[in-house]
Design a binder for this molecule. Structure first.
Ligand code: SAM
Ligand code: SF4
Length: 349
């Protein structure tokens, strides 16, 4: 079905008239790092092989959604590159009619090994998470990660032809916030699209959160020509550039899920590695899709099942810096780890 040319096409629309076109898929709960804000130090109780959605199940799900207007996919995790068969999976995903854009968020550790094959398989956009440019701080924040592997991964991804390459950086007060201007230098030198994502202290230390506004004000002290780019793009990132420097191709984006949420334009759904549909990053309500995918339900039945769930998508989340730990816990009370905290590796970011 060509959704674009068929006005009577059935689409996925929630109770507030928001059309779902974007699916974020958490491929695995496993990871080769243990970032302090994402995973507990001792790791997490991992899903067994049979509890995880198989590649076949995911492909079937995407196939159905593509028939109802979903055209953009992001692969995330855990760390997607630790799941075996990833290249083959991307190739199959890329062959699904209607899917126009496949992107991946990775920690970059294994990118030198996989970049070329992923590119050949059809992945063209990649986001690499990088929270420090200092060996020691990087190792501390990732609990043992090697910064050089990520830097090598970025270089290879550039050489292979990924465009754009976006670097995702989370700054936390007292941990890595002093590196703000080093990151700006790094982006300028390497002509990168760098995005600062507000730290989401879900059940963790809220005083470490820094708003995008605070970062922008600090950068403006150093770079007087740091200006907001005018764009029609309804992206969740507000992009800035250096207006007086014609040769400076760096773009600095700010994603502010806490201080300036973008719920009004929310067009996304998430599935977890265990096959749970999540309507919002900030609410723990999950709906099983594994069972219906393995039943004799037709595409139309699956669509109706999803449409029904979609009507429960809330208009907005109310989690922000002013809220306290209790609020966060109330939103996430199903995913609290044994240490009492909630971690993003379960949700996929
Ligand atoms: N392993 C991959 C990676 O690190 O890029 C993909 C999964 S990771 C959960 C996806 C994104 O979530 C990363 O960019 C990471 O920085 C971000 N993230 C994890 N926990 C976060 C938190 N508490 N606040 C803000 N971002 C977070
Ligand atoms: Fe792993 Fe990504 Fe979470 Fe870090 S942010 S622990 S790399 S899943």
């Amino acid at each position: 079905m060509d959704i674009n040319n068929n006005e009577s096409a059935q689409l996925l629309v929630d109770g507030f008239g928001r059309r779902i076109t974007y699916l974020r898929i958490s491929l695995t709960d496993r990871c080769n790092l243990r970032c302090v804000y994402c995973m507990p130090e001792d790791g997490v109780q991992l899903l067994s092989h049979s509890e995880m959605l198989s590649y076949e199940e995911i492909l079937k799900f995407v196939n159905v959604l593509a028939g109802y207007g979903v055209n953009k996919i992001r692969i995330t995790g855990g760390e997607p590159l630790v799941r075996k068969g990833i290249v083959n999976f991307i190739e199959k995903l890329n062959n699904i009619g209607g899917i126009k854009d496949i992107a991946m968020t990775t920690n970059g550790i294994l990118l030198d090994k996989y970049a070329q094959d992923l590119y050949n398989a059809g992945l063209k956009r990649i986001n690499i998470s990088l929270d420090s440019l200092d060996n020691e701080i990087f190792s501390k924040l990732t609990r043992g990660g090697n910064l050089d592997s990520v830097l090598k991964g970025i270089d290879i991804a550039k050489a292979v032809g990924f465009k754009p390459i976006k670097i995702n950086t989370v700054l936390m007060r007292g941990d890595n916030d002093k590196e703000l201007l080093n990151f700006i230098d790094f982006a300028i030198k390497n002509e990168l699209n760098l995005r600062f994502i507000e730290y989401m202290p879900i059940g963790q230390n809220i005083s470490q959160a820094i708003t995008s506004k605070e970062l922008i004000d600090k950068i403006k002290i150093e770079y007087k020509d740091f200006e907001l780019k005018k764009t029609d793009d309804c992206s969740v990132s507000k992009e800035y550039y250096f207006s007086a420097q014609k040769n400076n191709k760096a773009v600095i984006g700010f994603i502010s899920p806490l201080s300036e949420h973008f719920c009004n334009d929310c067009n996304r759904l998430r599935i977890t590695a265990s096959g749970k549909l999540r309507l919002c990053l900030f609410y723990d309500e999950e709906y099983d899709i594994k069972e219906i995918l393995n039943s004799s339900a037709s595409d139309e039945d699956i669509y109706k099942y999803l449409l029904d769930i979609l009507q429960k998508k809330r208009q907005t989340h109310s989690f922000n810096n002013k809220n306290n730990k209790n609020e966060a816990d109330n939103l996430h009370n199903g995913n609290i780890a044994t240490d009492g905290n909630i971690y993003m590796n379960k949700i996929g970011g």
